[in-house]
Design a protein around this ligand. Structure first.
Ligand SMILES: NC(=O)c1ccc[n+]([C@@H]2O[C@H](COP(=O)([O-])OP(=O)(O)OC[C@H]3O[C@@H](n4cnc5c(N)ncnc54)[C@H](OP(=O)(O)O)[C@@H]3O)[C@@H](O)[C@H]2O)c1
Length: 268
């Protein structure tokens, strides 16, 4: 039995157009899965498809807005026709939005309710709820599937400034456990990966000044990370392949794998 062999699997990676989702799509492809790269940005999606092909894997891009159920349903139909029925769903769409970031000029009490809702629409509704509603029941009908949601260290302990994002990611942990319990009897496992800090598009402004130097926030993060560095996106791959593989993690559901260089273990 090969523990980490995903050949025969079809993995839908929503947010596969982004930094972490793209690296995870590559990692699942390297383990043998055929990949549906899903997102809105066709240019970045096609670039990821080409990178996977260049490394000997198979991927196709499917344009979809994760915040729209009908858009996901259309992508689902196209994916099933092109690659076969999905067996893995990796939800990596999400991110912080500067509009809801707390600053000296924009305190907590100034956060607009609509901006807060928009952040929940991205990280919870589009990030997890709608993709699980669209792809989960079909997996349950076939009695087989692994769903991996991307949380954040801020789901566990709310970080300063990114309060809406932290709240939405905390809800991701809760929804994941709910679905794990509901769908375990039907053969579908649902887990989260909690990344620590990985430089990407959505957090660039928080982590780096315009001249590329680290912000004071980056210095604080490194000071609180026992490994004293950011993660590299590829360092999330092992956790994803483990959770995706029914041979490796067939009795694992409703759990969370933290990949953070020790951030959540740091005290004094
Ligand atoms: N980087 C970190 O340190 C870190 C830490 C903890 C958790 N995370 C989480 O990891 C995940 C990936 O983020 P990242 O850091 O890799 O950022 P990123 O490079 O900005 O990727 C975000 C992705 O979300 C997708 N997305 C946003 N709205 C979407 C929508 N309506 N429909 C479909 N896709 C949508 C984007 O795709 P399109 O633009 O193509 O639509 C993009 O691929 C997010 O959930 C983020 O919260 C990141």
């Amino acid at each position: 039995m090969k523990l980490f062999d995903l050949s025969g699997d079809v993995a839908v990676v929503i947010g596969g157009t982004g930094v972490l989702g793209g690296a995870l799509a590559q990692g699942l492809a390297d383990a043998g899965a055929r990949i549906a790269v899903v997102g809105r940005n066709a240019e970045r999606g096609q670039a990821r498809v080409q990178a996977i092909a260049a490394s000997g894997g198979h991927a196709e891009f499917f344009g979809a807005d994760a915040e729209s159920r009908s858009s996901l349903a259309a992508a689902h139909r196209q994916i099933a026709a092109a690659l076969g029925a999905p067996t893995i769903l990796l939800n990596a769409a999400g991110g912080n939005d500067p509009k809801v970031t707390v600053t000296a000029d924009h305190p907590f009490e100034a956060i607009g309710a609509d901006d807060w809702r928009a952040n929940f629409d991205l990280n919870l509704v589009g990030g997890v709820l709608l993709p699980c509603q669209e792809f989960g029941p079909a997996m349950c009908e076939r009695g087989r599937g692994s769903i991996i949601n991307i949380a954040s260290v801020s789901a566990h302990l709310p970080l300063s400034r990114v309060v809406a994002y932290s709240s939405a990611k905390a809800a991701v942990l809760s929804l994941t456990k709910f679905l794990a319990r509901e769908w375990a009897p039907r053969g579908v496992r649902v887990n989260t990966i909690t990344p620590g800090f990985f430089p990407a598009e959505q957090n660039r402004k928080l982590l780096f000044n315009e001249d590329g130097s680290p912000t004071s926030r980056t210095e604080a993060i490194w000071g609180h990370t026992p490994m004293k560095r950011f993660g590299a996106a590829e360092e999330l791959t092992g956790a994803a392949v483990f959770l995706a593989s029914s041979q490796a993690s067939g009795f694992v559901t409703g759990t969370d794998i933290v990949v953070d260089g020790g951030f959540l273990a740091q005290t004094i």
